[in-house]
Design a protein around this ligand. Sequence first.
Ligand code: NCD
Length: 308
Amino acid sequence: MLEGRSLIEPGNFSLEETEGLFALAEKIENDDTFLRGSCGGKLLATLFFEPSTRTRLSFEAAMLRLGGSCLGFADPGSSSAAKGESLADTVRMAASYADAIVMRNPKEGAALLASRYSPVPVINAGDGGHHHPTQTLTDLLTIRRLRGGVKDLVVGYCGDLKFGRTVHSLAKALSRYENISMIFISPEELTPPEYIVRHLQKSNVEFREIRSLEEAMPHLDVLYMTRVQRERFFNEEDYIRLKDTYILNEEKMALGKKELVVLHPLPRVNEIAVEVDDDPRAAYFKQAKYGMYVRMALLSSILGVSGA
Ligand code: NCD
């Protein structure tokens, strides 16, 4: 039962609970009357202390499609945080108006802290360079739909694996699935954090770290491209030096398998050339659509109206 539960990182829901969400999301995809109106009278607070397009809009679209309503802010400068209000107080306020809270914050651990003060469920929409569990639900649902399941896959992650929270959450989540091996493709300075590496070792996941995208390409079933996270760098020079290390183009795509699935949480900057968009293996725009279905499944479940 997910009613009343918060989602701070992928491990908060069991594999079975996560699969239950995918089953609901697939029902919604196939029948747009399913769960329509089920969140009538419910309110979702969206507290975005960092920029967002897809995540905030897809949560809002999900809630509105379920018949519920949204309130919140997308610019922290317009909230009382700008007056020095603590996160704990902002969250207590939002919880007294709304039935659930979705929050994005630049500080790692902010969502966990919020969930401790909130009497209503809190969904982490990204806490600094740490986790982004609903992007992971989106990524897993896309893999499941396009590869017929989440098992027996070689998954490559490419780009900023140090600060990219979507990579951290996806790697952790995939470690629970059968026969998934991983290739981390990044410059030396942007390798995955120690806590992710340790988690994979503990879970007996086969993985390696390499520098060359060309070398990895022929082995991959899924390629997860990411942008270099400019806002988390300590200095602009390092960002400029590293930002264009990997650019996926037609030439590199030619090295990939026929059934390869290319994902990207978006926004992209330069790391995927637009010429790749027409390749049938490019799935990043489809991925954004799956995000809305799985967020509908999540909201209806934590608000206790999905019947699941
Ligand atoms: C990602 C994020 O915010 O971490 N975006 C998203 O939610 N789709 C990826 C990114 O910003 O690079």
